[in-house]
Unconditional design. Sequence first.
Length: 241
Amino acid sequence: MFIQSFAREVWYEMVKVADEVWIATALLHREHPDRDSFRVHEIVARADQEGLHQPRRPGVQVHAALHSVANKPPNPATYRMLVETPDGGRRLYRSGDPAHPARTGKVTPRREDLPAGYAHLLDWYESEYDLPAEVAAGEHASAAEEVYTPLRAASREIREAAVDYGWRERIALDPAVLVGKPVIRGTRLAVEFIVELLANGWRTEDILRNYPGITHKDIAACLRYAAESLRHETLHPAPVA
């Protein structure tokens, strides 16, 4: 019992301040689904309540107010874990939220960095919270889900690779290859083909095993390309007969 308690204390001591702030904010979202955002002092109070680190580190307040906020200039932290809302509140960052161009840091904690018992928050974030506006609002759901469902279902490694800002270099459009369809550079594998494989239930490991010339980042680039294409496309609901 002593060893287990000691191990737990050591693990909590190692929790990064930014991750502690993300956990506190995620818990508030889960506990208050009717609210879109929370004040900085509420996030700090929730972190105190959870007690991941005692006494509270001064950085908790700073990360909630500034260091982890995507749409504020980096100082020098570049995390994108929270977003400042128009009313001055804070909420968790979603894909596509406005972010300062110099902020390229992590959006969520790494799964292996989460203390035991908190992985469910990352599962919730990936499957329910981090949805495009079209899906969250129930608009054009079928078209939006076609792209975003495979991304949420992909492995954690794919999600981390998706923040690679060089992803555009991995996609090529060449009239001599598949009549100019977007493909993974250096291959004849079309973006739509990779997305369709994921939509049909293929795991990333299945794709890599069957097409050994590509990488996790190539698959992530296909998803990013598809997401960007959808984001800039105007969708119209089919007329009801």
